[in-house]
Design a protein around this ligand. Sequence first.
Ligand SMILES: [Mg+2]
Length: 321
Amino acid sequence: MASNGDGPWTRRGRRGREQYVVLAAAAAQVGSLIEIQPTKEMSRAMAPAKTSQTWPNITNASEIESWLIDMDGVLVREEHPIEGANRFLDLLRRTETPFLVLTNNSMFTGRDLSARLKWNGIDVPEDHIWTSALATAVFLDSQRPKGTAFVIGEVGLTTALHEVGYTLSDNNPDYVVIGETRSYSFERITKAVRLVGEGKRFIATNPDPTGPSVHGPLPATGAVAALISKATGKVPYFVGKPNPLMIRSALRRLNAHSETTAMVGDRMDTDVVAGLEAGLHTVLVLSGVSDAGAADHYPYKPSRVVTSVEVLADELEKSLS
Ligand SMILES: [Mg+2]
């Protein structure tokens, strides 16, 4: 849908623009006979249309006004920085381009993740990090402000919920919320199974069955949610990628617009599809999970495929020189 440049949002803009083009053309004709001052709208209409020229076929990173950047496989891989990642982030900072680093991992707070990235040689301040835990908290706050939740998860999730005014409770909670943790307790899972079985609203921060580690894959939120689903016959609502809700909440956080924002990710089945469904430009990097061959088999495609963020950094650098 994002590939033909004719989505409903552009159409509406174009229709409004056409009216001013007609007015401006008429004014130009009359203007040769009488002195006429074009209005701001007329001048804008006669100028090249920026949106239709630059969207959706971006050819250069400098055409993008804001960025959502996946973390694993884009900036870091197995606790090492990916070539060009720091240079790309530095250029975004230097040009005061708004950006957020996204992760489906709900275990850590933004501060923890900022510190972990720093150990891995990547400099991202905590307020530039957007996790599925933060997206879940924003979502629950919008649905049932100041509610209660029974939570299986770590500080990344419990802090996010506290910060939006949620209370953690085992007793008749509004929601059962499952997030990432490394210390699952049989008692807590039993409690969650009983609450969901009784009909409590079931939420999970992200659907990932496994997460990456230097020692190999780890069971992640999706795997534990599946355990509760198997026991109850109920499936949770997943907030993290590929749900475009996570992308939209990140856009709101940046005060950015989808048409001028790019989502950069290494996975077709999460980053690219979520970015596409939220109406963003999508850039697939080949430095992580999806390779170019596999990407070609999906029924949707990214706006661009690049080897790594280094290509984007080169383009931004060139546009500054
Ligand atoms: Mg990734």
